[in-house]
Design a protein around this ligand. Sequence first.
Ligand SMILES: [Zn+2]
Length: 329
Amino acid sequence: MQPWNFPLWQALTRDRARMPHALLLQGPKGVGKRDFASALAQWLLCEAPEETGACGRCKSCGWFEQGAHPDFRRLQPTSESGSEDDSGKKTGKLIGIGEIRELGDFIGLVSHQGGWRVVVIQPAEAMNQAAGNALLKTLEEPPAGVLLILVAHQPRRLLATVRSRCRKLAFALPARDQARTWLQEQGLAQAAAALDEVGGAPLLAVDCSEPERLQRRQRFLTALVDTNAVSLSKLAQEFQQRLDESWGWLSRWLFDLLAIQAAVAPRYFPEHTAVLERLARRARPVALWRLQQELLAAGRWLKHPLNGQLLLESWLISYLEAMEIGHGR
Ligand SMILES: [Zn+2]
């Protein structure tokens, strides 16, 4: 568990006898909700729990760490389950009703070790509606000694009735200094820049600091600075399989350009302030803003683009036009 979540931990674990039956861990991505859920599950199952967490030495902890504890289940979306939503549209990976029913069987059992049984559902918003309704039954009559931990970045996508039956634990971005110190302790060289790029979420900063990704980012941003049609077309070809990533960089780049045009400091790429300022001077604000709206609207369809290369290329052409029309001013 990360240090910035420790106050939440203390408040929750102070009185073990008053542990609720259902928890909703909600908050932005990349702040440690999953690790917190795992730490809590292991602590409840541990034979010699300590104030700050599980002992890490007992038989139960051994099972847990091997992913084989008989009183623990983790539900995550699989590719087979619910590849279509109610209206038959293709959606991302979901948690379906079959999995929630199996969970009901598990919950109905007597605890193997005579203690708690713990279930983590992550991300809980991956439950389709039928699954959510099935879970509701369990939440309405919670068996003794069972803790359901729902982890959600977008809790509003859960059924309101599910939300209302959980005790909510609100996670937030840590203070910048604390996040930076922690990242440096994890051996991250460019902690501050990585934090800026991901908007302050430390675990996302770790993900995005993988060396190959940093090189890709460098190539992508270099092409955005060059702004010539050939290099942008090459870029679309190279990144067509990485639409998520390029969408993210382009959106944040536009955000920073618009920020500078509004006389605000860039948020995501402050290390490129000089070049952003140069580009912001020549770019047409309306065209940038329109492209940003287009990217925002595209965001939710990114998982199933009809033609990634074409989509990315059309964004980059719009970007180029926003730059060229104002050229020379
Ligand atoms: Zn233990």
